[in-house]
Design a protein around this ligand. Structure first.
Ligand SMILES: Nc1ncnc2c1ncn2[C@@H]1O[C@H](COP(=O)(O)OP(=O)(O)O)[C@@H](O)[C@H]1O
Ligand SMILES: [Mg+2]
Length: 502
């Protein structure tokens, strides 16, 4: 840094005397713009980035509209924000229109002066921005990748596609902006033909967009900003399930002189929720386990959803733990906010404090399960715990063995004979080939957390439970004792609420 400054100072002094030779090395427009396409946005994150601009422009209404026409499909994101003059729009169309180092208004969701362009180019080859300030005429400009390639120059063109019916709404707005994408090759790449199945794929993509936006902008939607997809309101998805029965809320902690605020939430145990509420908690990622972790917000806009920020791995026992972190927009560099606004990394000096808060919240989240277990055990009077797998040490090495005492297993192997000998052999092969290295590797990658036993297959587990329960009863074991045994038996210990219903 110091070195660089010194050099530029030297250049400034010397160039006056022409002692140092310099030349302009402009970026090559055509290859540069292709590189911008590869920043790694998904359609969800790209649309969210466009909406950031609408919110920063004070929009109260945002409309996302599309018309599916196979390869000729278009997507538009319209807002009733303050809009731009012709001059402002030209400036906004430039890559890097605002430096990340310049100070932003407090409610600005922008970051690098790139989002509108990079997000759009990541999905389409052509996009038009149409804008109007109150009392002004509307104006529009288009970036066309093919034209840039052809001219090899950073030129925008005065062009707007015709026959797009949802644009009619724009003329009725006092002020606002539309970003219109067409030639959306990245969205339609696998869906090139206009068929029923490609249409269904496109609609599924749009459903993902809806779920993502319901999460990323939930605080804005809760505050009354309307985001509509194809005319229908997007409902907010609140990761912390505030207002739900059984939620525990930790006091807010302030770090960095109040610029970082952290609050832990321990979500309600399943037994406190209706089936519908439990499904709500699964969120856009579709599972409780995936949604544990930190939620990092910058100016109330969610950047990172359910991630332990490298401090822990995702584990089943912590699936009720969600921790909110609120940041302002003046500490981006500290938190390494990226162009896509989907990555945030805490600065090293805060790690200790984050770790302490997370540990405390996680401990409370585990306690919910222990507590449930205890209640059930106390009520049922359970005894010994029966896992399916046991750890064994052999010649100083770790191995995993199927527990022959587990009632499900014992039933299979207890009668001596050819069948049980066969089963014993199969067990041994399974035990000797448990894919520990693969499991360890995947655990560390932390991408898709492993599910809890029978996750998403509740009926199956209930079925097995019923069978064992019946067997216990027919063996003359009392109801209470039978239930207690199930509560202490893997994997049924994860489903104590089902035991209570037997
Ligand atoms: N919907 C909009 N309404 C008003 N102004 C906008 C809109 N979209 C973009 N702009 C203007 O264009 C600029 C560049 O946007 P963008 O490329 O997303 O970068 P950033 O958001 O980081 O500033 C914004 O700072 C804003 O001034
Ligand atoms: Mg932006």
């Amino acid at each position: 840094m110091g070195k660089g400054k010194g050099l530029s100072k030297m250049l400034q002094m010397k160039s006056g005397h022409l002692k140092i030779d310099c030349t302009i090395a402009e970026p090559e427009a055509s290859s540069m713009i292709e590189a911008f396409r590869a920043i790694g946005y998904s359609i969800e994150t790209a649309i969210a980035d466009i909406i950031d601009n609408s919110i920063s422009a004070g929009a109260k209404n945002i409309w996302i509209d599309y018309s599916w026409r196979g390869p000729d499909s278009v997507i538009g994101i319209m807002d009733d924000g303050c809009g731009m003059s012709d001059e402002e729009l030209i400036q906004a169309m430039r890559l890097g229109s605002i430096s990340p180092l310049s100070e932003r208004r407090e409610n600005d969701l922008g970051r690098f002066g790139m989002g509108m362009k990079t997000a759009s180019f990541s999905q389409c080859r052509k996009f038009c921005v149409l804008s109007k300030k109150a009392g002004n005429e509307k104006t529009f400009w288009t970036w066309d990748l093919d034209f840039v390639n052809q001219e090899n120059a950073w030129k925008i063109i005065r062009y707007i596609p015709e026959g797009i019916d949802f644009l009619e709404r724009f003329d009725r707005l006092e002020s606002g902006t539309v970003v219109l994408w067409w030639d959306i090759d990245r969205v339609t790449k696998d869906l090139s033909a206009d068929t029923e199945s490609s249409r269904a794929d496109f609609l599924a993509t749009m459903d993902r967009v809806k779920k993502h936006l319901s999460m990323v902008f939930h605080r804005y939607i809760e505050r009354g900003v309307k985001i509509r997809l194809q005319g229908r309101d997007i409902e907010p998805w609140d990761p912390f399930m505030i207002g739900f029965n059984g939620l525990q809320v930790r006091p807010e902690a302030m770090l960095d002189g109040g610029r970082v605020r952290i609050k832990g939430f321990i979500l309600p145990h399943r037994s406190k929720l209706s089936a519908e509420q439990y499904d709500y908690g699964k969120g856009p990622k579709g599972s409780w386990v995936a949604h544990q972790g930190f939620y990092v917000y910058r100016n109330d806009r969610l950047l990172v959803a359910g991630d332990w920020l490298g401090l822990f791995k995702k584990e089943v026992h912590y699936d009720l733990c969600r921790i909110r972190i609120d940041l302002k927009n003046d500490i981006d560099e500290d938190w390494q906010i990226d162009i896509k606004k989907s990555v945030a990394r805490p600065p090293a000096r805060l790690k200790e404090a984050l770790l302490a808060i997370a540990k405390e919240t996680r401990a409370r989240a585990v306690e919910v399960y222990r507590h449930r277990g205890k209640i059930v055990k106390r009520r049922l009077g359970g005894d010994e715990y029966l896992p399916v797998w046991e750890e064994r040490i052999r010649h100083g090495k770790r191995f995993y063995r199927i527990n022959r005492q587990h009632p499900l297993v014992r039933k299979l192997v207890q009668d001596p004979g050819p069948l049980s000998t066969e089963i014993e052999k199969v067990f041994q092969v399974i035990e000797e080939t448990v894919p520990i290295p693969l499991i360890t590797l995947r655990e560390n990658e932390n991408e898709n957390p492993h599910g809890k036993p029978f996750e998403g297959r509740c009926e199956n587990v209930l079925d097995i439970m019923k069978k064992i329960y019946k067997k216990f009863i027919s063996d003359g074991i009392g109801e209470k004792e039978a239930k207690a045994r199930l509560a202490n038996m893997e994997p049924f210990n994860f489903y104590v609420e089902l035991i209570e219903k037997l």
